[in-house]
Design a protein around this ligand. Structure first.
Ligand code: SF4
Ligand code: FES
Length: 251
């Protein structure tokens, strides 16, 4: 079994792909395979990771042309096609290269973010958009006399969106992001929607209005890749569509 890895660093005319024979053992993840690559072929291979447990969100990359967490994606089921995620195709995944999906695992950087080196991408744009929506709790009452109790049904609705780990897999999978780099993207909009439906927030609609701009809610074309690739089951498209419906009703 082989690992085919995207390589690029400043000064190179164009990226290249390195292929490396990996020792597949049960439970080996793509992140584990990248360590094998580093230890046995080239220790200059660069990639991000931290927790190795699908919590920190730093190891998202394109695996077999689908944005996934490297620490959570196992090699064996991938080669058998068991982990195939049928996403809507988009040009952002780069040029098609010769690749045998039955014998090779193809690993590339997340699209739409600019490559710093090898599999490391520049997350600035993703976090700029995230900051733009002001991802902080803005309660109507700053000094309540007692704790703010929530209806369990409201908690359930919020929980759909709160498990985001900011990995940017949805950002890399979004066809709109490739065509319109100004688009705030699924993760930022899902977070904004999460605050909008929080019953502890102020009553007005000002939070929804933050993204009532051409590069906000209205830019989404409902491809749905965001929901399919999210490793935490967050459905950004659902929140975006609900926000759009609400705004349309008001106009
Ligand atoms: S919504 Fe899901 S895919 Fe997008 S950044 Fe959050 S955890 Fe990652
Ligand atoms: S290393 Fe933290 S999510 Fe993969």
């Amino acid at each position: 079994m082989k690992l085919k890895v995207y390589r690029y660093q400043e000064g190179m005319d164009s990226p290249r792909y390195d292929t490396f024979e990996i020792k597949v053992v049960p439970g080996l993840t793509v992140l584990g395979a990248l360590f094998q690559f580093q230890e046995q072929l080239d220790d200059s291979l660069s990639f991000n990771y931290s927790c190795r447990g699908a919590v920190c969100g730093t190891c998202a990359m394109l695996i077999n042309k689908v944005p996934c967490l490297a620490c959570r994606t196992q090699v064996e089921p991938l080669l058998k096609g068991d982990l195939k995620i049928p996403i809507f195709p988009y040009p952002g995944v780069g040029e098609t290269i010769p690749w045998d999906a039955k014998k090779e695992v193809l690993v590339e950087p997340l699209p739409h973010l600019g490559v710093i080196k090898d599999l490391m991408v520049d997350m600035d744009k993703f976090f700029d958009y995230y900051r733009f929506i002001q991802p902080v709790f803005k309660p109507s009452d700053l000094n309540p006399e007692k704790e703010r109790l929530m209806d369990p049904e409201d908690v359930k609705k919020l929980e759909e969106y709160t498990s985001c780990i900011l990995c940017a897999a949805c950002f890399g999978a979004c066809p709109v992001e490739g065509q319109n780099p100004e688009y705030l993207g699924p993760a930022a909009l899902a977070k904004l929607y999460r605050f909008h439906i929080d019953p502890r927030e102020g009553e007005d609609k000002s939070r929804l209005k933050v993204a009532d701009i051409p590069s906000g809610w209205w830019a989404c074309d409902s491809y749905g890749n965001c929901r399919k690739v999210c490793p935490k089951g967050v459905p950004p498209i659902k929140g975006i569509e609900k926000a759009v419906d609400e705004l349309k009703r008001e106009k």
